[in-house]
Design a protein around this ligand. Sequence first.
Ligand code: T4K
Length: 372
Amino acid sequence: MIDKLNTPVFVTQPDLPPLDEFIDSLKIIWQNKILTNNGPFHRQFEQELAEYLGVKYLSVFSNGTLALITALQALHITGEVITSPFSFVATTHSLWWNHIKPVFADIEPGYFNLDPDKVEAAITPQTTAIMPIHVYGNPCNLGRFEQIADTYGLKLIYDAAHSFGVKVNGNSVLNYGDLSILSFHATKVFNTIEGGAIICPDEKTKKRVDYLKNFGFAGETTVIAPGINAKMNELQAAYGLIQLKYVDSYIEKRKKIAETYRDRLKGITGISFLEDMKDVSHAYSYFPILINKEEYGRTRDELYEELKLHNIFGRRYFYPLISQFPTYRGLPSSKPDNLPVATKVAEQVICLPIFPNLELTTINEISNLLRR
Ligand code: T4K
């Protein structure tokens, strides 16, 4: 009999920077009284973050959702945008907030990313852009999406909320597409409590994004567009700067946890998981497994409930599909017949706890519960 764990184990737990280092930064902020609006920590954070990620230009935001909404504004996207139903609701909500019609296309069975062939088949004269997600940080089919966008004259905006630090052949995945966005929410590999960024290909685009996140101000008395307030404040930027010193160690620990899970779970009939992709440096943001109920003898939901009884709180990211929520389920592209792979994966998936402080004994207990 496996005992209930004493303390609950959640799907994730944030890493916080050493408190004494953060207090040193707070003292500076308390002294200079610059709290927000492109202050010194904000500027330094943007610079060091771009260097760390291996990208040329980026603009930090108060959260990933506002980064998505602003990215669509920056590129003047209208009409229809093709996207994945297998993501966090914020992806599609960003379209809705811009009065853009989401068109859902199905995902690939391998890594659960948007299927380029299905995207191509869904293009209409109203389509203006494609918004794929690198789900769980696993890169999409970058070459095919670029080719489709070029052929049909569409913009390509990647929701890279899960892709902090992910590289393909040594090049950041954030360097692809017209724009990419990141999330630095507390639940992410790299957090600034709340936060996000837009990665821009050139200085001109960064400037426009910077204006848009500050009400559209391009100077004290000039407003170039109806911008929003999506700025990151100085406390979060200072916190993020410290996090940058430690994030490699966070990712290294996550990698070990993923390897341990794979070792413990291999050979369990009815449970499958994702391997690392060739030529990709991963950040191990999530550890999803799929439950085949016929082979495993239990449904995903039965397992999910049983884990909870043992104080283990996995999460069914991303169930239900976005296309099943009331706002979107009336769309023609939301019909389950149009989304067979996504529908199946959403019924089978459960993300196991993964975070740097997860103890080996807990990984073993979770694995034993799954094997039973
Ligand atoms: N695009 C994609 C593909 C995304 O996944 C997301 C966000 C976005 C865009 C939007 O980015 P942001 O605007 O959020 O920057 C969480 C996060 O709130 C959300 O950021 C994330 N994706 C989504 C996948 O997960 P919930 O509702 O599942 O989070 P919550 O509060 O249930 O947290 C999960 C567990 O983490 C908790 O059970 C306990 C633990 N936890 C959480 C928090 C907040 C902590 O230990 N400490 C904490 O402070 O949405």
